[in-house]
Design a protein around this ligand. Structure first.
Ligand code: ADP
Ligand code: 5GP
Length: 217
């Protein structure tokens, strides 16, 4: 019998510059039960990035060893670097009742859905390509050639949005955030998820019996 609610695995993808980081920070601030999964990567840290907080920065050799040893829930090559999600970190947090947010690309997200069908896949879409370009320039973290590369890659990402469970357009930030948190709240009330752990939510024995299809008093 479960003694506490199991966490929800939430996968969020978006073309770079859409506002995914902004939205994920808003979620983490409000849902204090949620944690962000820190990925492993072979890319070099950017200015201000901290090992163990933004990513676990590792060598190509270490990453490939971890692939061989089956450490990853999913992994992919993005912009020439490896990125992967630690299976043990995610499973441990879910067992502890935490909701886990994965900020990963579409290749990785589809691997997660295959291995973990109850994961909730949410794709964040920019309102237009023009606006995506504006946001990338406004953010000011990338040189021109990187912006071009990101816009090209965005098209590949958007082609896979139709395999996700939800699509949210990030036009007005507050509206997009409201939709995002509504999805998570609704997912937590899904019938199958509720019935699987009904004892956690309800202590009334008669209610429980009725919920499971038995006769009440
Ligand atoms: P991502 O993580 O998807 O690459 P960021 O969260 O870094 O994107 O956002 C990219 C830029 O767009 C940032 O400067 C951010 O402040 C801005 N931004 C995010 N959401 C919106 C929005 N709804 N409207 C306008 N600007 C936004
Ligand atoms: P960045 O290098 O800009 O932080 O991330 C580049 C891309 O890699 C983003 O689309 C991000 O979502 C994706 N990414 C980050 N971590 C992972 C991961 O663990 N797995 C996969 N598949 N993609 C990731």
């Amino acid at each position: 019998m479960l003694s506490r609610e199991e966490g929800l695995l939430i996968v969020i993808s978006a073309p770079s510059g859409t506002g995914k980081t902004t939205l994920c920070h808003m979620l983490l601030k409000e849902f204090n039960n949620a944690v962000f999964s820190v990925s492993f990567t072979t890319r070099k840290p950017r200015k201000g990035e901290v090992n163990g907080k933004d990513y676990w920065f590792v060598s190509k050799e270490e990453f490939e060893r971890r692939i061989r040893e089956g450490d990853f829930l999913e992994w992919a090559k993005v912009y020439g670097n490896y990125y992967g999600t630690s299976k043990s970190q995610v499973l441990k947090a879910l067992k502890e009742g935490k909701d886990v947010i994965l900020d990963i690309d579409t290749q990785g997200a589809l691997q997660v859905k295959e291995r973990f069908p109850e994961a909730v896949l949410i794709f964040i879409l920019p309102p237009s390509f023009k606006e995506l370009e504006n946001r990338l320039r406004k953010r000011g973290t990338d040189p021109e050639e990187v912006i071009e590369k990101r816009l090209k890659f965005a098209k590949e990402e958007i082609k896979r949005a139709r395999f996700y469970d939800y699509i949210v357009v990030n036009d007005e930030l507050e509206v997009a955030y409201f939709k995002l948190k509504s999805i998570i709240t609704a997912e937590k009330c899904k019938k199958d998820r509720f019935l699987k752990q009904a004892e956690v939510f309800i202590s009334d024995k008669e209610l429980l019996k009725l919920l499971k299809g038995g006769e009440g008093e």
